[in-house]
Design a protein around this ligand. Structure first.
Ligand SMILES: [Fe+2]
Length: 304
């Protein structure tokens, strides 16, 4: 029998190869055929998943129909009932670090990235970090940008993504510096009329989407119980660029001039990256997100 872990990424066309990391790119994947995303497998995974890597969010609707979200951690509900809650639209769940804690999926993630490297021989991921996202038909993720590169593998249901241009209007350099310095969560200012500047992709099971590093995006589920695997990747290039944003953020806070990243060649970024290692050791910026998270968890009792 053929091993379902091989050939997870069918060959790309010349256009797909050219678009990789330069523009939003959709491509086919065969992860669904591994059987790792069926109800039974997911319920068993939810039952055994480490609580500290398991985020559960509850939606409440008030009398005006406004949605409020509460974040909690897993209670005593069995996985099958959590799944039923997601399908009814009340909860969404994120399992972090699945590359380690769902070992069969970890193998599939590495096999899929080998498949991507086979299409783009210069591409070498040095770190992969997977989140499995189980979400309700009406779930949405607001406009934001991620520090690492991202490949989103879609498994079940349908979702739509808006990917916005990488320019000062949609993704201000200061915003990226704040993300690198962990001074804000990854939300950015957003205006509805920017949607006309976005590339819109509707994902079906068996499709994956990736976009240029730091391109802002937002997500709306379209139909059905949605299962997606979001894999953050770092290459030496992404790591150096993020380190350069960090260094620039510190320089800017001290009133020093900062060049546009788009005009900063890789050699200069590498110098900034090296500088950021020293700055980090000196602890020049307090990590506000860690503090934010702590205070939030204090007041919250396990939700479900
Ligand atoms: Fe994202």
């Amino acid at each position: 029998m053929k091993d379902p872990m091989t050939d997870l990424i069918p060959a790309w066309t010349a256009d797909q190869k050219a678009a990789f990391r330069k523009a939003p790119l959709t491509f086919a994947h065969k992860m669904v055929e591994t059987g790792l995303f069926e109800d039974e497998a997911l319920a068993a995974l939810l039952d055994r998943y480490p609580a500290e890597l398991y985020d559960i969010n509850l939606f409440d609707f008030d009398a005006d129909g406004q949605m409020h979200m509460r974040t909690g951690v897993r209670g005593r509900l069995p996985g099958a009932e959590v799944l039923a809650g997601i399908k009814e639209g009340r909860v969404w769940v994120q399992l972090r670090r699945v590359e380690q804690h769902y070992p069969e999926l970890g193998r599939a993630i590495h096999a899929a990235f080998d498949g991507i490297s086979a299409q783009s021989p210069g591409f070498k991921a040095i770190q992969l970090n997977g989140q499995l996202i189980l979400s309700a038909p009406q779930a949405k993720v607001p406009f934001h940008a991620d520090a690492p590169g991202v490949v989103l593998f879609h498994m079940r249901g349908r979702k739509r993504l808006w990917v916005y241009p990488m320019d000062e209007q949609h993704m201000p350099q200061v915003g990226m510096e704040n993300i690198a310095l962990k001074q804000t969560t990854e939300d950015l200012p957003y205006r509805r009329d920017w949607d006309q500047n976005a590339i819109v992709c509707e994902l079906q099971p068996g499709q994956a989407l990736t976009w240029p590093l730091h391109a802002p995006h937002r997500v709306e589920n379209v139909e059905g119980f949605n299962v997606s695997l979001s894999v953050d990747y770092q290459t030496w290039g992404t790591r150096i660029t993020n380190g350069a944003f960090y260094a620039n953020g510190i320089l800017r806070r001290r009133g020093l001039p900062v060049a546009a990243m788009s005009k900063t060649p890789m050699a200069a970024r590498a110098a900034l990256w090296a500088a950021h290692l020293g700055m980090k050791r000196m602890g020049l910026v307090e990590d506000r997100i860690a503090n934010l998270k702590r205070s939030f968890e204090l007041g919250e009792t396990p939700a479900a």
